[in-house]
Design a protein around this ligand. Structure first.
Ligand code: ADP
Ligand code: MG
Ligand code: MG
Length: 211
């Protein structure tokens, strides 16, 4: 079972992972975007970390953790990833509203709600070379694993693998959404920074739920 406390630990671990990979993410964005993706994600998750520190975890339910993350991320991040992740966290909160702890199926629902939220908000399709190309395969792999009765840990391992493969696959795509779309064919051969950070985020989630 994932408690509010566990969920906060997941967000904190993501903040640490993003901080560590901040330069690589900005470098990736420097090739096909405006070189700020590591910085924007770092600003966002630092804001989330600070906002979550103000929660009373004896009282706050998992939905409150997600909603607090959503609000702080949106407020802190001006870049396109701001509303995308804010929507993701808000949708996850709505998916688990009223639950005091999250079992495997609730975690799967929350994750899939995040992926759908990002897609709804950004209107990117698979193959547009965005974070959706990592979030969607991850969400599908998670659902598939859950359908085969895999454990929570196994489900997230499958999602992390799919997110990494999805990010890798963006190298062969031409961007048609977001800033990188201005490059057209010149975006070919480079990994999408948003998909790269997604792979990192899902990998971190997998490591945390395995604990
Ligand atoms: P900005 O482009 O405003 O500087 P970031 O650098 O933080 O924002 O994020 C860029 C990433 O956002 C891209 O690599 C891509 O994955 C993602 N992105 C941009 N537009 C969209 C969209 N419409 N839908 C989904 N993801 C998007
Ligand atoms: Mg950018
Ligand atoms: Mg920017």
């Amino acid at each position: 079972m994932i408690t509010s406390q566990n969920l906060v630990a997941v967000f904190l671990a993501i903040a640490v992972a993003i901080e560590k990979d901040k330069d690589r993410l900005s470098e990736l964005d420097g090739v096909i975007g405006d070189a700020d993706h590591g910085v924007t994600m770092s600003i966002g998750f630092t804001a989330v970390k600070n906002a979550l520190a103000g929660l009373d975890l004896a009282e706050a339910e998992p939905a409150t953790v997600f909603n607090t993350a959503a609000k702080s991320f949106l407020k802190a991040v001006g870049a396109s990833s701001g509303p995308l992740y804010a929507t993701a966290f808000m949708r996850a909160g709505a998916a688990v509203k009223g639950r005091s702890e999250l079992d495997r199926d609730a975690m799967v629902e929350a994750f899939q709600a995040m992926a759908r939220g990002i897609q709804d908000r950004g209107k990117a399709e698979r193959g547009d070379k965005t974070m959706v190309d990592a979030w969607l395969p991850a969400s599908e792999a998670l659902g598939e694993a859950a359908g085969k009765d895999a454990t929570l840990t196994e489900c997230f391992e499958a999602a992390a693998k799919a997110a990494a493969e999805g990010a890798e696959a963006t190298k062969a795509m031409v961007a048609s959404k977001g800033r990188a779309s201005r490059l057209g064919e010149r975006s070919l051969g480079h990994m999408d920074p948003g998909a790269a950070s997604t792979a990192l985020i899902v990998q971190t989630m997998a490591e945390e739920v395995a604990k």
